[in-house]
Design a protein around this ligand. Structure first.
Ligand SMILES: Nc1ncnc2c1ncn2[C@@H]1O[C@H](COP(=O)(O)OP(=O)(O)OP(=O)(O)O)[C@@H](O)[C@H]1O
Ligand SMILES: [Mg+2]
Length: 366
């Protein structure tokens, strides 16, 4: 897993050593800069997730570094903790006014520093999730508008093209009209997928059993799996805790994940569906396939709307999955490598509302 990157900016070698040591013990990847100019260069090359910034430095002081970073669209979201011997209220206010997220006066406790870093990174992650959701919502609206405009002309073009095909006898013309119809079918499928995406926008949450939902989804496409000689193996834990779900939407999400697994398997293969409690407070569902896998460099794109590696794919399956999983306040991760198959893991939170059931299961599994 990629480590979180922290940039330490301080002209005092001892401070730098102390801070980087602590950060590395905490599991961060670190880089250092000894003055303001170098700090700006390191932000470009190291691309940090958080910056610890001393104030009094040669060449350019910490205030100016902070001002410049917060003025740039590219760097303004990187959280900055100002570290300084200055403890006057005016200095702290100035630091915060120009955009620093935190201000710690030396000497400070390293334990407190760690806690503040964790808290800022958590806030940053929530911000990023919110932005992603807003982006998806805006995109959803736009795409829906386009689909609406395309639907009627597409029906006319499709209907006419199919009627023309019935009359055409010339072989070359027939091959052209077949290409036109094939492209129309792709657009029709795309509009259909957009409608599907629209349908999952609202959810009706009720207590339910995830095993029932995944079993139903697998049952719905068992014939397709059989035709490809795909073995489905269930390893479901007994007495799963109930979680809050929108059954119809969740089934749609599971169907999309299974569909991807089926499409990734060329001829024969295996799909394993497993549930296990993930640490305490989570129920983890794993769908693993022995398909073609996903190249490491492609993994970051797979949840993007319209990203597809398939000739006839709309690239909306995992966009649907992502939205449904977010509505369930669950987490989804995909682990894969080219030729290595794919593992999709979904962690559903077990809310405390059902302590008896979740408690019993947790005990049984420890
Ligand atoms: N289990 C998997 N094995 C291999 N590749 C996968 C798997 N799941 C997803 N992918 C990759 O992620 C891409 C995006 O998946 P997604 O379901 O969003 O779109 P799609 O399957 O291409 O099209 P659609 O689902 O809209 O018909 C796929 O094109 C494929 O490259
Ligand atoms: Mg798909």
């Amino acid at each position: 897993m990629k480590k979180i990157r922290a940039l330490v900016v301080d002209d005092d070698e001892t401070n730098v050593r102390l801070l980087t040591l602590k950060l590395e013990v905490d599991g961060y990847e670190t880089d250092v800069a000894y003055n303001g100019i170098e700090a700006l260069q390191k932000v470009e090359s190291f691309n940090p997730d958080i910056i610890l910034l001393d104030l009094m430095m040669p060449k350019m002081d910490g205030y100016e570094v902070c001002r410049r970073l917060k003025a740039s669209e590219k760097t303004k979201y990187i959280p900055i903790i100002m570290l300084t011997a200055k403890s006057e209220i005016e200095d702290r206010v100035l630091g915060l006014d120009i955009g620093a997220e935190e201000y710690l006066c030396k000497p400070f406790s390293l334990v407190e520093l760690s806690a503040r870093i964790r808290s800022l990174l958590h806030i940053r992650m929530l911000q990023a999730q919110l932005t992603e959701m807003e982006k998806l919502a805006a995109l959803g609206g736009m795409v829906d508008g386009i689909a609406h405009e395309v639907r009627n002309p597409l029906m006319t073009i499709g209907g006419l093209a199919r009627r023309i095909k019935e009359k055409v006898t010339d072989e070359q013309l027939l091959s052209h009209i077949n290409i036109i119809i094939h492209q129309i079918e792709r657009l029709e499928a795309m509009v259909g997928r957009i409608d599907e995406y629209k349908k999952i926008q609202t959810s009706d949450m009720q207590e339910g059993n995830i095993h029932d939902v995944i079993r139903e989804a697998a049952e719905d496409i068992k014939d397709v799996m059989k035709a490809k000689a795909i073995d489905v193996k269930f390893s479901l834990m007994p007495a799963p805790p109930l979680v809050m779900i929108d059954k119809a939407n969740l089934k749609k999400a599971f169907l999309n994940i299974l569909q991807n697994s089926i499409e990734a398997i060329d001829k024969e293969g295996e799909i394993e569906i497993k549930t296990l409690p993930y640490e305490s407070g989570y129920l983890e569902l794993i769908i693993r396939d022995t398909g073609c896998g996903i190249k490491r460099e492609e993994l970051k794109n797979i949840f993007n709307p319209f990203y597809t590696s398939k000739m006839a794919g709309a690239g909306l399956g995992l966009t649907i999955v992502y939205k449904v999983i977010q509505d369930h306040k669950a987490d989804i991760t995909v682990d894969s490598g080219e030729g290595k198959g794919t593992i999709v893991s979904i962690k559903f939170p077990l809310e405390n509302k059902n302590p008896l059931i979740s408690g019993r299961v947790k005990k049984g599994y420890k």
